[in-house]
Design a protein around this ligand. Structure first.
Ligand SMILES: Cc1cc2nc3c(=O)[nH]c(=O)nc-3n(C[C@H](O)[C@H](O)[C@H](O)COP(=O)(O)OP(=O)(O)OC[C@H]3O[C@@H](n4cnc5c(N)ncnc54)[C@H](O)[C@@H]3O)c2cc1C
Length: 427
């Protein structure tokens, strides 16, 4: 299958009113550029392309509807600075350049949200990072070193302060960094798409099933139509490899989220004094938590290789992890549980650039691509239009080669088993 087919609907999207204006591609079209994937990357690429070349015909297709793909399935953290595993003080100059680019992209998202009439629950809450055990504490130390070297503000928090603000004594050490927004991601992707210029054609429920070069143009096959394009952009993250890009450098990893119904004041008291907050793990396989602006609790955790596991198993595991952090939350049930695919690469670098003449791609988000995807999409449109762009590969890394199957899956299972054991306190 060249596109994701999830077991459950996105919980975030289920909270939004249904849309009636869904257009499916049911004909042959001829455009200047066709973009596969209406996520943060694809939407940003289309907007930027239109700015640069307003007369060009632009089409975007998505296999799903807005809000139902990964863009509307994520945890809604919009980081303004680089992720913890990038925190090397000696690379501080490079990271500062990345941070500047990321902050610019975040600013554009913020302005777009302000102009939209969709309530994205976008809040500049900052974010917590906390460690339950020694492996997490060590990673946190490394992140602190990066923040200090980069002269970025943060606040250290001990177990008691974390307990007071987040309502859990699970973590022994933590920090608060102001450089993060939280949002309702399904609302966010809809708000961003709403502002596409009228001339840009958006087709939903329209998967690309095949791409091929025919003479001087590219052809994209869809179940009920066909697109002939001078250039194409693959912005479909983990699934670009199903269309032939990134096969030897990326895997699709499924991760899961559970969201409770809105809680009453008594239940909300269990989750600390901050009205809404977000907590990121200090370990790659750890759990993310949120208390949302509308009084819900969200947990995101677990990873599966190339396929989504049964929802009942996921629910049980997410509940267990929630109870480890909040032993008094036994009565809580999830209103929604869902999974989402992320493009993972071995070294955390991206697949980005002109892959073949006229074929551009940006994939391998490695679990953090709302703001970065927005940046990469814009830069890809610049690149495809001959504009000068920063050296994305040197700044953000380039996905390295992975061995083929079955070694790749065995490698993933061995490494994740070791990491799970090493970071077991953080899961
Ligand atoms: C549970 C979960 C939690 C996450 N939490 C965060 C977070 O808090 N913050 C953060 O920054 N990132 C987070 N991520 C990652 C984030 O969702 C991605 O990095 C981000 O969505 C990447 O944007 P993108 O546009 O590059 O790709 P995607 O968002 O993956 O969008 C790709 C689009 O392409 C479509 N598509 C796929 N195949 C085809 C095809 N063949 N034809 C047509 N369309 C196709 C998909 O339907 C999708 O809409 C999380 C991901 C998951 C699953």
């Amino acid at each position: 299958m060249t596109f994701p087919q999830y077991r459950q609907l996105s919980g975030w999207n289920a909270l939004l009113p249904p849309r009636a204006d869904i257009r499916v591609l049911r004909k042959e079209i001829d455009v200047d550029v066709a973009i596969v994937g209406a996520g943060y990357t694809g939407i940003a690429a289309a907007k930027r392309w239109h700015e640069i070349a307003p007369a060009d015909e632009i089409a975007i297709i998505d296999s799903s509807v807005l809000g139902e793909g990964s863009p509307g399935r994520n945890s809604g953290f919009l980081l303004e600075i680089a992720l913890a595993n990038d925190a090397q003080p000696k690379q501080i100059q490079r990271m500062q350049q990345c941070n500047q680019l990321i902050a610019g992209a975040m600013n554009k998202i913020r302005l777009a949200v302000e102009e939209s009439d969709i309530d994205c629950q976008l809040e500049h809450t900052g974010t917590y990072r906390a460690a339950a055990g020694s492996v997490g504490a060590k990673a946190l130390e490394q992140y602190r070193a990066f923040l200090q070297a980069a002269d970025l503000p943060f606040e250290n928090l001990d177990r008691n302060s974390l307990q007071q603000r987040l309502g859990t004594s699970h973590y022994q050490d933590g920090l608060y960094s102001p450089h993060c927004y939280l949002a309702q991601p399904a609302a966010l992707i809809k708000a961003l798409s709403q502002q596409l210029a009228d001339e840009i054609q958006l087709y939903e429920n329209t998967p690309a099933t095949q791409i091929q070069k025919v003479n001087d143009h590219w052809l994209i096959e869809t179940p009920e139509g066909e697109i002939k394009a001078k250039k194409i952009i693959l912005a479909n993250n983990a699934f670009s490899k199903m269309l032939g890009v990134g096969k030897s450098r990326m895997v699709a990893i499924y991760t899961y989220a559970g969201l409770t119904p809105p809680l009453d004041n008594e239940a909300l008291d269990l989750f600390g004094s901050d009205k809404s907050w977000g907590l990121l793990p200090t370990h790659r396989l750890g759990s993310t938590l949120r208390k949302t602006a509308d009084g819900r609790l969200m947990i995101r955790s677990q990873y599966d290789y190339e396929k989504e596991i049964q929802t009942e198993l996921v629910s049980k595991e997410l509940k267990k992890k929630l109870l480890t952090r909040y032993p008094k939350a036994g009565e809580l049930e999830f209103e929604h549980v869902w999974g989402g695919a992320v493009g993972f690469t071995l070294n955390g670098g991206a697949i980005w650039g002109e892959i073949k003449p006229g074929l551009f791609a940006s994939s391998g988000c490695n679990g953090g691509g709302v703001v970065k995807g927005t940046l990469f999409g814009e830069l890809l449109a610049d690149l495809a239009n001959g504009k000068s762009v920063p050296d994305v590969s040197s700044l953000f890394g380039k996905a390295s080669w992975m061995p083929g199957e079955p070694f790749r899956e065995i490698g993933f299972r061995v490494i994740s088993a070791l990491e799970k054991y090493r970071g077991r306190a953080e899961l």
